[in-house]
Design a protein around this ligand. Sequence first.
Ligand code: TYM
Length: 344
Amino acid sequence: MTSGSTPQPLQGRILSGIQPTGNLHLGNYLGAIRNWVALQKDFECLFCIVDLHAITVWQDPKELSRSTREVAAGMIAAGIDPATNALFVQSHVPAHAELAWVFNCVARLGWLNRMTQFKDKAGKNREAASAGLYVYPNLMAADILVYKATHVPVGEDQKQHLELARDIAQKFNNDYGVELFPLPEPVIRGPGMRVMSLRDGSKKMSKSDPSDFSRLNMTDDADAIAGKVRKATTDPHPLPDSAAGLEGRAEAANLLNIYAALTDRSLDEVIAEQAGTQFSQFKARLTDKAVSVLGPINAEMKRLMDDPAEIDRVLKRGADKANSIAEPVLAEVYKTVGFLPAGR
Ligand code: TYM
């Protein structure tokens, strides 16, 4: 008997999010979006463009609108199927912000004070940071838990936020004596889970780095990719023949990791293959691979961005689906905490 065409039962519900704050980059792709594409056949998936999170730091309104559509285009171009998954904008589903308020009253100040992302983003002048930036992780917990999501695929930088989401779920359940929220499992995997800056191997690749040479953007063309890889920081030695040889060579480790992620292999396999290679040669290989992976995505993004009305239609369908799941969960939460039902 063949079971080839029998659909397998879904393994759970995924929620993940991405900020529309400027360029999508290779870290977003390898650390998150590519994994979402791979997981979409086995899970019920909700992918959210988190505009409410974005405004925790200043955003130019016009640019925010453009960037929100561009992220949607990037996700579709990378292979997210908006017909079978909900692809939507966070502010189109009011239950996120409403549940976040409840979580502001569940999470403890001590928990938020430990969040390293707040410390990094607020910098030295904490007093000038927005209150939204401080409670950012409570909103992120609401994003996940308003769907009772079971799995959350993210890059490694989001690990601490996910631990907080689990703490919030657990405290809510304990305080009210219910089993309302599942404890969501982080899915953090592969050599792309932590892509570092091309200029400094100790800093993560990020949209907010002032140097565009620090990252490969999903909108970069072949020339831009080649130029950035050529300029990437390296050291004078050839590539090592073992992982131990990468000790103290953060930039070499990063480029090898990126190459492993782009070619879908483990770091060890790539080290064995590239042992003894000079950087000039390795960089040419890396460029070819990056162009072959990002080029088609880039072209498709441009095509999709030519029809913003179609992107808006896709996002509306996604929001309708997301609202239909989130609203009953929020109602259950409101009932649990003792809010009266709204009069009819
Ligand atoms: P954001 O927008 O910074 O990044 C989106 C996704 O890309 C991953 N990522 C990286 N992975 C590897 N290397 C890098 N250099 C790199 N940079 C970014 C991130 O880990 C993330 O998976 N707070 C989240 C957005 C969010 C969210 C959520 C995520 C809001 N609500 C609910 C999951 C569930 C953020 O700022 O991601």
